[in-house]
Design a protein around this ligand. Structure first.
Ligand SMILES: C[S@@+](CC[C@H](N)C(=O)[O-])C[C@H]1O[C@@H](n2cnc3c(N)ncnc32)[C@H](O)[C@@H]1O
Ligand code: SF4
Length: 341
């Protein structure tokens, strides 16, 4: 019998579990403490539980941390970790150090169904969902874990296509009984699956990043098939109607492709679409992938594009490309390449 992991369970799931096992209710909180607040990795080490209770627990469950099987380090200090998953596949996680910050870029799925033309994970296709435990493990089980300052869901997969587990993972990171991190240190990036977006806005307090890449419907359909089912207009309507308050941020990711989406017409249309939405735009340099005619824009056009958006009053940044030499940059994560290697 394959034993179930405790790591990745929320407090309410642990409360159900202890009732089933006939333990006192307060045991759930004790187990949560061992899972999320202490540096232990086995049920045996949960020493404020009776020996008998630990034995009963260990009959059906394991602690559930999973070690990475490979690490690569970039010349710029970015690291890429490879973790095996429960369904016999692998996922990748990037750790990006920057001055006093350490940002972890987590995967939310193995591969991805969404088929965006420019993305390596998209090319790999969908290979399975991750559990909340497998998502949180990517933070808790790297050597830098205690110094992690920010978490971005920008690794493999589309978070809103695995929303139950993603929401559980953010609950574990932010709850008092969990890592007790501020939700303002977490950003979930999505291409904008509208029903998932609505649920995410209601059920999480984390920042939102939407991958836009072009403001034009026909052009976006060609780059991102999701535009057919969930057009950007509908995504923006939901965002416009949501009160983000002062603390919660929405940003838009925009890969700038040469001769495709880097013109003044794009700037103008973006300004029109984003009118009334308090947001920022992150311009991303395209990280080339095999077998694609797409090319990144040149640096001068990138700067002009940024200046054009700023002239329209939109706060715009150009994201630094990190970890490209080890394929740890945005959109380059793919275990297929790694296994081949
Ligand atoms: C890999 S996705 C994961 C999160 C989510 N599925 C999304 O698309 O927003 C994270 C970010 O990487 C970007 N990205 C994908 N492929 C890229 C590439 N080849 N070069 C640069 N950025 C890329 C995506 O557009 C997105 O903004
Ligand atoms: S960009 Fe995001 S949604 Fe599109 S294929 Fe890649 S991971 Fe999936």
């Amino acid at each position: 019998m394959v034993k179930e992991a405790l790591f990745g369970k929320t407090l309410s799931e642990l409360q159900e579990l202890v009732v089933e096992l006939g333990f006192p209710k307060f045991t759930a909180k004790q187990i949560a403490d061992w899972l999320y607040k202490k540096e232990v990795s086995s049920i045996e080490e949960m020493t404020n539980l009776s020996k008998k209770a630990r034995e009963i627990l260990a009959e059906k469950y394991v602690f559930g941390l999973v070690n990475s099987t490979k690490v690569q380090e970039s010349v710029d200090g970015t690291k890429k970790y490879l973790f095996p998953t429960g369904n016999g596949k692998f996922i990748e996680t990037a750790m990006i150090p920057d001055k006093d910050r350490k940002t972890v870029c987590v995967s939310s799925q193995v591969g991805c169904k969404m088929g965006c033309l420019f993305c390596m994970t998209g090319k790999q296709g969908f290979q399975g969902q991750l559990t909340a435990g497998e998502i949180v493990n990517q933070i808790r089980n790297i050597p830098e874990w205690e110094e992690v300052s920010n978490i971005v869901y920008m690794g493999m997969g589309e978070p809103f296509d695995n929303l139950d587990e993603v929401l559980k993972s953010t609950e574990i990171m932010t709850a008092d009984w969990g890592f007790a991190m501020s939700p303002r240190r977490i950003t979930v990036s999505s291409i904008g699956i509208v029903p998932g977006l609505v649920r995410f806005l209601n059920e999480s307090e984390a920042h939102l990043a939407i991958s836009m890449h072009t403001p034009f419907h026909e052009e976006r359909q060609k780059l991102m098939p999701v535009e057919i089912a969930y057009p950007l207009d509908d995504v923006l309507e939901e965002i416009r109607n949501w009160d983000f308050g002062r603390q919660r941020r929405v940003s838009f990711e925009y890969i700038v492709f040469h001769g495709l989406n880097d013109t003044p017409a794009h700037v103008k249309e973006m300004a029109r679409l984003l009118d009334g939405i308090k947001c920022r735009i992150n311009l991303i340099r395209f990280h080339p992938i095999p077998d694609t005619p797409l090319k990144g824009t040149d640096e001068a056009t990138l700067e002009q594009f940024k200046a054009g958006l700023e002239a329209k009053g939109i706060t715009t940044t150009i994201r630094a490309s990190r970890g490209q030499d080890i394929y740890a940059a945005c959109g380059l994560l793919s275990t297929k390449a790694l296994v081949k290697e």
